[in-house]
Ligand binder design. Structure first.
Ligand SMILES: Cc1cc2nc3c(=O)[nH]c(=O)nc-3n(C[C@H](O)[C@H](O)[C@H](O)COP(=O)(O)O)c2cc1C
Length: 334
């Protein structure tokens, strides 16, 4: 425990079934963003104690190649890495878990919080939570299939209902979930609504497993406030880390008191490193879309960032996108 300048004790590390997570700062699962290139960049900048993949369809996982699938490509430095699954059928669990064991996953996360339309079609993600009995069976099956840490990521529910939320979280704990991430928004709430960090605090008070608070952390000050309000055991950063891949390092230094040497990279060098990682690791046709998605967030660092985002967005090739970015950086102000 340390104080982190926030007036309350903070947890410096978590132990999950023999796995140490230090500091308890995680890169969130994000479709199209939390792939090998961003994960590596965040690791290189420092400060992330835990990484997540974007959500993966449990049913398709056994057929995916770790050499060519953009979902499974992974560098040695990306650890500890939890693979996030979305699923609805318990029959899909054992084959998916076998594959994750082969891939040397450090943990397995169940997506119970994502409201994306493709999950609605399957009744997965947040759409599963209306049927707690089904979730219970899925968690039991997952727990029985692995000794790896199992985590779950949830939202606050369909409406503000403390009793229902806490009963659901206690059920997850009771069935063997080792770590819970709570995105502090209701199921249908958009990102423009402020996350309810106080509600994450209610979950924290109701379970004994560690809780990561998620939602709306874009700065060191946000991290401090979120820890203070929620009393959570750690934080999960999504868009903030895509925007500023060095944010975990800043929080680790200034809130957790860690000695992390700065990489000394300029923003342009961070952008170029991301592009290089895409080129080194991903098949040709899998690079440009990912650079565009990253640029949308990264552009927010600059006064006229929309020019960067638009020019990358309009590029037809990686080389054109890189040229456009170089041109932008010549004249940019952070
Ligand atoms: C582009 C994008 C993709 C996302 N994909 C996933 C996902 O695959 N699984 C998941 O559980 N949440 C997903 N999320 C939600 C994030 O993990 C996180 O809960 C949300 O962005 C709030 O955190 P933030 O304010 O730090 O971004 C996604 C969010 C974004 C912006």
């Amino acid at each position: 425990m340390a104080e982190g300048g926030i007036g309350v004790a903070i947890t410096n590390s978590l132990a999950l079934r023999g796995l140490t997570i230090a500091p308890p700062l995680a890169l969130a699962p994000m479709v199209g963003l939390s792939h090998s290139a961003l994960r590596t960049l965040v690791v290189e900048e420092g400060g992330a104690g835990l990484l997540f993949t974007e959500m993966l369809a449990a049913r398709k996982l056994p057929q995916e190649s770790d050499q060519t699938s953009p979902y499974l490509i992974r560098g040695k430095e990306e650890r500890p890495l939890f693979y996030q699954l979305f699923l609805t059928e318990k029959e899909d669990i054992a084959p998916a878990v076998d594959r994750l064991h082969q891939l040397h996953a450090q943990g397995i996360d169940l997506n119970l919080g994502c409201p994306a339309p493709q999950l609605r079609r399957h009744g997965a993600g947040v759409f599963l939570t209306g049927d707690p009995q089904r979730v219970r069976i899925l968690i039991q099956t997952l727990r029985a299939a692995t000794n790896l840490p199992v985590s779950a990521k949830i939202r606050l529910g369909e409406c503000l209902d403390e009793g229902r939320l806490l009963a659901f979280c206690r059920m997850l704990e009771g069935e063997g979930v080792d770590l819970l991430t709570v995105h502090g928004r209701l199921d249908k709430e958009k990102f423009c609504r402020r996350p309810r960090w106080d509600w994450i605090g209610m979950v924290k008070g109701a379970v004994t497993i560690p809780v990561l608070a998620n939602g709306g952390i874009f700065s060191v000050e946000d991290a401090r406030q979120c820890l203070q309000v929620s009393g959570a055991d750690g934080l999960m950063l999504g868009r903030g880390a895509a925007c500023r891949p060095w944010l975990c390092a800043e929080i680790a230094r200034r809130v957790y008191g860690q000695q992390i040497a700065p990489t000394g990279r300029t923003a342009q060098e961070v952008f170029n490193r991301f592009a290089t990682l895409l080129e080194e690791r991903f098949p040709l046709e899998r690079r440009l879309g990912r650079l565009k998605q990253f640029s949308h967030y990264f552009a927010q660092n600059f006064q006229f960032g929309h020019i960067l985002a638009t020019s990358v967005q309009n590029s037809l090739t990686m080389d054109e996108a890189k040229r456009q970015a170089e041109e932008f950086f010549l004249h940019s102000t952070v």
